[in-house]
Design a protein around this ligand. Structure first.
Ligand code: GLA
Length: 386
């Protein structure tokens, strides 16, 4: 096995199917710079693509049949049109692949039968959107192999439909948009209401900065149920306030809105979403002005809001954020849906190792399993390799 993910996908394809693929398609994982749990509130997010990728090597095969090998399990699964009658027949990692075929067919596309081989460098269950990367790589492959009329700006909704409708996770549009639409060297400023985007330069290199991604290794604690509960609570609050979504509560109307909500927990949820949308806008304004260092406090404020108001952090991620800040990070926050996953810290590049060491030491003192870490620069979105 080689270290190169694209080469591993090809090798997997050749050994599973005794022939070469017709092409290879890659999609990255993502980190969200800021804007958490704002996407399903029709708000703003600012993710960027990671240099870690999932690659699908693929070729057409006759009939309405899909065969998929994955290096993850080393197994090959297969399903045909009958098994796509409804959600639930294909499970595990295969559900993300079947979900994409299902969503394409639901949308009226003539999906070509295909053989696929999947290899990935995106860690699973770390909150870096390994599922969206898998969906996007498979979707790009099927769109190209079938010559389907589905331009990149319409692909995120389709991939989200696979996740919501087939896999059964009630996620928003951020992850799929990030992995499909991001550009290298930029963060993706996405308005989740109308899906308009602006590519915001996020030039870490020339500023002498780096983003350190720390994998908290915290076991996911009820993440799915808690995510759905947060979403329900936000939707109920929007209903109570008489707005289509919490995005419609302006920052200067927050105090009035909170005064109309009796339940203290709901007030905290609303305050997180409304202030987080504003932090995204403030971060974008600073980045547009080239003031990358100055976004640090906004990242840290976002973390405090997730910890105290949205209540989606766990001791491991709080410890990582505190240790990173004490060791000189300019800002740090949990990224992704919460209840574990990764922390990102904005650091002076030459301090990255020291900050990582400080987090590891703090974990040792608290008796937590050692965290993982990697420094990243914003990479490209999904693309055909060859
Ligand atoms: C998960 C979901 C996204 C988004 C984030 C929280 O990653 O898939 O849609 O809601 O959580 O910002």
């Amino acid at each position: 096995m080689t270290d190169d993910v694209a080469a591993r996908a090809t090798a997997g394809f050749r050994s599973a199917y005794a022939g070469p693929p017709a092409g290879r398609w890659a999609a990255p994982g993502r980190a969200n710079l800021i804007g958490e749990h704002t996407d399903y509130n029709d708000g703003f997010v600012l993710p960027f693509a990671l240099p870690l990728r999932t690659v699908a090597a693929a070729a057409p095969q006759p009939g309405e049949r899909w065969t998929v090998w994955s290096e993850l399990s080393g197994e090959t699964i297969a399903f045909d049109a009958d098994e796509l009658a409804g959600p639930g027949r294909v499970t595990g990692w295969g559900a993300y692949v079947a979900g994409v075929v299902w969503a394409l067919r639901e949308a009226g596309h003539a999906v070509p039968g295909a053989r696929l081989a999947i290899a990935s460098d995106v860690p699973l269950g770390s909150g870096l959107s390994s599922s969206a990367a898998l969906e996007a790589a498979v979707l790009a492959a099927l769109v190209d192999l079938g010559g389907l009329d589905l331009p990149a700006d319409r692909q995120p909704r389709l991939a989200q439909r696979a996740e919501n409708g087939y896999v059964g996770a009630p996620t928003g549009i951020m992850d799929q948009s990030a992995v499909i639409r991001c550009r290298a060297g930029h963060a993706l400023f996405l308005d989740c209401r109308d899906e308009s985007v602006e590519h915001i330069p996020f030039d870490l290199d020339t500023s002498g900065l780096a983003v350190l991604v720390v994998d908290s290794r915290a076991p996911h604690r009820h993440a799915d149920g808690e995510y759905a509960a947060r979403r329900r609570s936000c939707e109920a609050a929007a209903g109570l306030l008489g707005v289509a979504a919490l995005r419609d509560v302006p920052t200067d109307g927050l105090a009035d809105a909170l005064a109309r909500i009796d339940d203290a927990e709901t007030r905290r949820r609303v305050r997180h979403v409304v202030t987080e949308d504003q932090r995204v806008l403030d971060t974008v304004a600073l980045l547009r002005a080239g003031k990358v260092r100055e976004i640090g406090p906004l990242l840290t404020a976002s973390h405090a809001s997730m910890r105290d108001d949205f209540e989606i952090t766990v001791p491991e991620v709080d410890t990582a954020v505190e240790a990173a800040l004490s060791a000189g990070a300019l800002g740090a926050r949990m990224t992704g849906g919460g209840f574990g996953g990764c922390v990102l810290a904005l650091v002076d590049a030459e301090r990255a190792d020291a900050v990582a060491a400080a987090v590891t030491a703090a974990y040792g003192e608290r008796g937590f399993a050692a965290p993982g870490h990697v420094t990243v620069l914003p990479g490209p979105g999904a693309t055909r390799l060859d």
